[in-house]
Design a protein around this ligand. Structure first.
Ligand SMILES: *Cc1c(COP(=O)(O)O)cnc(C)c1O
Length: 387
């Protein structure tokens, strides 16, 4: 259905029909995979809106419409990876500009900022964004962008998007929210005042651990034009088959997220009551320090959590990490199957140990991406692994 006709529809209808129009030449209900690099013109400059596939591709266009629909945005852009989407946002900046970024976020984002962009003269200031005052204090006249992630990876900290958006508006900066962990089913940052939403579509949007992709969604047309210009100029575009996979993933996002949330509740409570577990990091607990904000801005608490054992040695964590049978030891998250991960040596190894420990990411921390298998089987697996 067209984007406009979905504007007043409810969430499941939006997920299923987002970007899906029958193919005009055949009536195919699913958007075809337009595996082509170029398009024939009837005369120079006379074409059907498609010239060259780095700039335009109909499968990607359908996905980009879908991305806008599910995030309640006006425009969507798809990229060859989540970090390519982040990279595109940073390319809005010029040397001398300052970015205020969360001190607890995806390791690859931190690596991109510090190892790639600092040398171009862009300054990154890392603060604990769970307290909005820290953001206000870090603002200078050179601040151009505020980058937050909520819930954070892997400590499940919550930042108040509305509060940061108000600060950002007043300061005239761009607020970008990495919404990968929540997914558009649980949280819509544009509705809370953010300027750009970023996704690693590799995770919940794709949902089946079979594609690498990223997304940006926004409301402002000028901002969209700038980001689209960078997308086509720098070329980090996804191929049509990958776009097809993410389009297909989005159709079941609401069903999968409901199941992830249900299993998340069961596992969080199981671990919390386990005598060998020290702490469970999950924003669904009523005594989580930012639970009220999570409740205010999210529709559920998702399928991601982290925990530490009372025995804080790496050996104890390694034993659990190597003993699960249903939870596979792997990076990434958001697929239908459960994964277990050791942030200190895997996803967050690019953050210096000192920096990690300072931000509360201990060597023994174990992260779970809870899939949608039967909760009883997942509990049984953790039981035998933790012992
Ligand atoms: C995976 C991930 C990214 C990076 O996305 P890729 O698709 O791997 O490039 C960014 N942010 C978060 C929160 C992620 O989990």
């Amino acid at each position: 259905m067209s984007k406009a006709s979905l504007d007043n529809k409810k969430i499941a209808t939006r997920m299923i029909h987002a970007g899906a129009e029958p193919d005009p030449s055949t009536g195919a209900i699913m958007t075809p995979i337009f595996q082509t690099s170029t398009y024939v013109q009837s005369a120079p400059g006379q074409h059907k809106g498609y010239e060259y596939a780095r700039s335009q591709n109909p499968t990607r266009a359908a996905l980009e419409t879908a991305l806008a629909v599910i995030e309640n945005g006006k425009f969507g852009l798809a990229f060859s990876s989540g970090v390519a989407a982040t990279d595109t946002v940073i390319k809005l900046l010029v040397p001398g500009d300052e970015v205020i970024a969360a001190n607890d976020m995806y390791g690859g984002t931190y690596r991109l900022f510090t190892k790639v962009y600092e040398k171009f003269g862009i300054k990154f200031i890392y603060v604990d964004t769970t307290n909005p005052e820290n953001v206000t204090k870090a603002l200078t006249e050179k601040s151009k962008l505020i980058w937050i992630e909520t819930p954070t990876n892997p400590l499940m900290n919550i930042t108040d998007i509305e509060a940061i958006a108000a600060i950002s508006k007043k300061a005239g900066t761009i607020l970008c929210v990495d919404n990968t962990f929540a997914s558009p089913y649980l949280q819509n940052p544009l509705d809370l005042g953010a300027d750009i939403v970023m996704h690693s579509s590799t995770k919940y949007l794709g949902g089946h651990s079979d594609v690498i992709q990223g997304a940006l969604i926004m409301n402002d047309e000028g901002l969209k034009d700038q980001l689209y210009f960078i997308q086509k100029s720098c070329g980090a575009v996804p191929g049509p088959f990958d776009c097809f996979l993410v389009l297909r993933g989005i159709k079941t996002l609401h069903v999968r997220m409901k199941a992830h949330c249900e299993n998340g509740i069961v596992i969080a409570n199981y671990l919390r009551n386990h005598p060998k577990v020290e702490k469970v990091f999950w924003c669904g607990f009523e005594d989580h320090h930012n639970h009220e904000i999570a409740k205010k801005q999210m529709r559920g608490f998702g399928g991601m959590l982290s925990f530490t054992l009372k025995d804080s040695s790496i050996e104890a964590a390694t034993k659990v990490l190597s003993s699960t049978k249903l939870f596979s030891l792997a990076e990434s998250l958001g697929g239908v199957e459960s994964l277990i991960n050791h942030p200190a040596s895997m996803t967050h190894a690019s953050i210096p140990r000192e920096e990690r420990i300072k931000n509360g990411l201990s060597d023994g921390l174990i992260r779970l991406s809870i899939g949608i298998e039967d909760a009883e089987d997942l509990v049984e697996d953790l039981k035998q692994a933790i012992g």
